[in-house]
Design a protein around this ligand. Sequence first.
Ligand SMILES: Cc1ncc(C[n+]2csc(CCOP(=O)(O)OP(=O)(O)O)c2C)c(N)n1
Length: 676
Amino acid sequence: MKILIFQGRQLPWHHQLSNNYLKLSSYVNIAKIQKHDIIYFKIMKLGDNMLEKVNSPEDVKKLNIEEKKQLAEEIRKFILDIVSENGGHLASNLGVVELTIALHSTYNLPTDKIVWDVGHQTYVHKIITGRKEELKTLRKLNGIAGFPKTKESEIDCFNTGHSSTSISAALGMARARDIKKEDNHVVAVIGDGALTGGMALEALNDAGCSQTRMTVILNDNEMSISKNIGGINMLLSKLRTKKTYNKSSDAVKKIILKVPCIGKPIVRMVQKVKKSIKQLFIPKMFFEDIGFRYLGPVDGHDVGELERMLKISKDLTGPVLIHVLTKKGKGYEIAEQNPDKFHATSPFDKETGKGKKEKKKDYSKVFGEKLVELAQKNDKIVAITASMKDGTGLAEFAQKFPDRFFDIGIAEQHAITMAAGMAKEGVIPVVPIYSSFYQRAYDQVIHDVALQNLPVVMCVDRAGIVGADGETHQGMLDMAFFRLVPNLTIMAPKNFKELEEMIEFAIQIKKPVVIRYPRGGESEYKIEKQEKLNLGKAEILKEGDTISIIAIGKMVARAMQVATRIENENPDSTVEVINSRFLKPIDKETIKKSIEKTKKVITIEDGTIINGLATAIQEIIKEENLQDVQIKNFAYPDKYIEHGSPEELETIYKMDENSIYQEIKEHFIKRCELKL
Ligand SMILES: Cc1ncc(C[n+]2csc(CCOP(=O)(O)OP(=O)(O)O)c2C)c(N)n1
């Protein structure tokens, strides 16, 4: 690196830059140059690696606009390299590179706070805030999380993962700041998809009238995971065209000004009525009417413009909304063309965009295909998704039955209550939602569906361990919280075939039903036996006298594997394996009979230890006053389960076949000491 020194007075500095050194200015840090100053030109060689120099937001602040542009390109490449190896959220991150650079150039974290909605777009933020090298461990066990984590860095001021929480959290922080009489800035960054969530609208409603100083950055890329939908999206699409409106009005102004004598008065008159014209053409008044100052729309890939807007917003006193237009997948053609596919991706080949692993059939696909088959025969069946058409396997249904398919935005609460309304009027709503997102709709299930005993089919996808998305996405709690709800029938299939039968069964029984099934495919261990489904009846897969293993859902296959191993390695023993099928109503009779026979019972479930299958079996033992029973429960502990591959997590929590077998051997076969 060379340092050149120029006497500023020899030539005006702007002249030096604009004439002699214009080319150099792309690689020169001019941020600190002032008129008449001695100018120190820090020459960075062409092709310098900006990313290498950036280890903190302070490093970003030192760069000039051209350098930031170069940094943006290098960050894109870096993210692409990592996500194509590890999998993760690609398109959203590529879309916010300039925005994140501009935010870190403008604000001082951690004093200032940035709350990222959903948090799947924080890879750039993590790179800039000292986690560049660690990002190579993205989503791996003990590696960097795919979402903001306060325990990972104090610069991540709030954990997120579920949509539409950022404005509430930011407003809370801003109000806390005011109470403490502090002066920091608080920013919420929310996507147009997340803005469809009720909580975001509740927070806008409150923030607007509170007049609390805070900034909402609306990152508008016209996409949720799929194309964004709904009235808010219609409003935003009108706002997006405002830029064009401004440009054309400027052009018209220039032409009119050229008209002799009457040009100026006309322009003045036009400016007078500008406000009302704006009312007509620009619905920005929505945000302004609810109390926000609206700035934008601004090109979200223009760092200079973004910084200008952010600086303006910093000087304003009340709540400000900056409308930023970005492109999902920006800079990687394949993702730009398929932003939905590259929203979240497994490892893929950068050149072709094709997945590295062959995609196997999964539960969501089986669900989707079965629903299409049933909907062909029954035109009352409708499907509802909260912005997860592809993830929940509904793409084919949407295409075949557009009139019976409803994408209602990231609005799980609304999805369930709307389904209740449909069920009340005799339509058959089927609502697949991921387990962790069903948490959002709990009261709606209790108050709107179950209380009125309405036949809504609630399909809980991604139930149990999901893996790399971590704490916020593991489907650990659904059995526990649904079991508390009166009137609900809760089932979980042991394999694809049983899922198909459960969907058909759920539609027939005309009750509120929950069917939970895991992420991914069925077990390698194939179970051929398939008794007819009967409400509240378990299925005995294998009879035996020594130990009873009761399992539910995907853990039934594991129970069979463990049973086989026990029998192989302990030839005197015979194991009874019960596929519970129903968590509620549970088959007391079958379970009681088996426990009375073996006096040793093992439960295996893919969920929290609290209030699931383990608790249900313990309740039976107590209620039926079964004596001298030894019990061992296999489930996940009462804690948030970190990210890692499902296999790694199963091993850590002793849920894999070998751990379960070893534990059983220790407690039952060797010591027989666990008593209830
Ligand atoms: C409550 C909840 N429901 C569903 C999801 C799944 N989800 C993750 S990101 C996303 C789309 C977000 O769109 P947007 O806010 O526009 O962000 P973008 O990815 O387009 O930048 C969805 C539906 C979630 N995280 N939380």
